[in-house]
Design a protein around this ligand. Structure first.
Ligand SMILES: *Cc1c(COP(=O)(O)O)cnc(C)c1O
Length: 393
């Protein structure tokens, strides 16, 4: 694959595995085994079966007729919001739990910010009867209390991270400490296309089911495999990578990645990584991240918890740098309006993350024959309080 990872774990200038020596055995074990395991026919059969009968795949490709009229093109929603647990995150969680089983791991750890990845991880651990510990910042636990309850209901232990800013990055530090202390029996399920190699490639492969299905479904809808445009929101970048994956080599397909501008890219309250960021190392890989001139990570902000991340996965950094995909950003206000519009024009309440991708439609010019696919990464149930408060209902 032209845009895929090379044998050293890099996408152009980005990627690699910048990890403390004490983590080396864990990451090296994964690196040596992940491709053999996930290419094994037994693995594939079990993965496909669970995606079909547990997650509910294939997720529909829905032709949004009122949107198509409004925007003057054929607009399709890839309905990841209909997956079990409400977003694309379950695709990766299923893949990694099956991998962990084959590596003989008896215990799973994860970090979570908003709690969506924590819930997906707790879900697959319940499914497999494997112990699950989720690290979560103390502040996030208070902000996202319903997801803490969900994880507990599913049998997971939620451990508060009470150092630093008590948010995602502190939870990540705690999870890494745990992994260093338990290298033999524990697998660390990372929730996006971030982290040291091989995680970005592994997670992208598990999420690539999104574009694999989309190609087939487009043939049914339009008679053609390729759309003119593909859009997705980017936090760490896993739903976008899954949505782009099988279109990367089809250079005529325009790929659009939508980041969260928060209160505006120049407001000091933003998560627009490609606009504000510089090259550096974050969570084990060389990528683009928001940082101060002396290299401290800048606290990101977005109204959507899932896009509130100071970096992007290394493959995105590469696609950005070589201009294979267009990186844009959408403010809180634009996203919230788009979420309301989708609810009232299509009867679908999208996650605020996905609403960022929808908002980008307002800024584009289409030809009437264009086919446009948007990844609806998740459903908005988790965001109802935020929507209601925002619109003052
Ligand atoms: C977590 C999340 C995202 C952002 O994560 P990516 O890795 O960038 O996909 C987007 N949408 C939803 C619904 C999420 O839960």
């Amino acid at each position: 694959m032209k845009y895929g990872v090379n044998e050293h774990g890099y996408y152009g200038d980005f990627g690699g595995a910048y990890i403390p020596e004490m983590l080396y055995p864990n990451v090296e074990e994964l690196r040596q085994q992940y491709l053999t395991i996930i290419n094994d026919p037994d693995f594939k059969a079990e993965f496909d079966d669970l995606l079909k009968n547990y997650v509910g795949r294939p997720s529909p490709l829905y032709h949004a007729k009122r949107y198509s009229e409004k925007y003057g093109a054929n607009i399709f929603f890839k309905r990841e919001d209909l997956n079990h647990t409400g977003s694309h995150k379950i695709n990766n969680a299923i893949g990694q739990i099956l991998l962990a089983k084959r590596l003989g791991k008896k215990r799973i750890i994860a970090e979570t910010g908003a709690g969506q990845h924590g819930v997906a991880t707790a879900t697959v651990c319940a499914l497999m009867g494997i112990e699950c510990v989720v690290y979560m910042g103390e502040i996030d636990m208070a902000r996202q209390a319903p997801n803490v309850s969900r994880m507990k209901m599913l049998g997971a232990t939620v451990r508060p991270a009470s150092s630093g800013s008590k948010t995602l990055k502190d939870a990540t530090n705690e999870a890494l400490r745990d992994w260093i202390a338990n290298p033999v029996d524990t697998h660390y399920i990372i929730g996006s296309v971030v982290g040291p190699y091989p995680y970005p490639d592994m997670v992208a492969r598990f999420q690539s089911i999104i574009s694999e299905e989309t190609k087939k479904q487009l043939v049914e809808h339009t008679g053609k495999e390729l759309p003119e445009y593909v859009l997705a929101c980017v936090g760490g970048g896993s739903n976008a990578m899954g949505m782009f994956y099988h279109f990367l080599d089809d250079e005529q397909v325009k790929l659009v990645a939508v980041e969260a501008a928060g209160k505006g890219v120049d407001s000091g309250h933003s998560a627009a990584t490609t606009f504000l960021g510089h090259e550096g190392v974050l969570h084990g890989s060389r990528t683009i991240l928001m940082q101060t001139p002396d290299g401290q990570v800048v606290e990101p902000y977005s109204i959507s918890a899932g896009l509130d991340y100071p970096g992007i996965g290394p493959q995105h950094a590469h696609l950005y740098k070589i201009n294979r995909a267009l990186y844009v950003s959408v403010t809180d206000d634009e996203a919230m309006r788009a979420g309301l519009l989708c609810s009232q024009m299509e009867g679908i309440i999208p996650a605020i993350e996905s609403s960022h991708a929808l908002a980008q439609l307002e800024k584009m010019k289409f030809n009437p024959t264009d086919n446009v696919v948007i990844c609806l990464s998740g459903r908005g149930d988790k965001d109802l309080d935020t929507f209601i408060k925002y619109f003052g209902y």
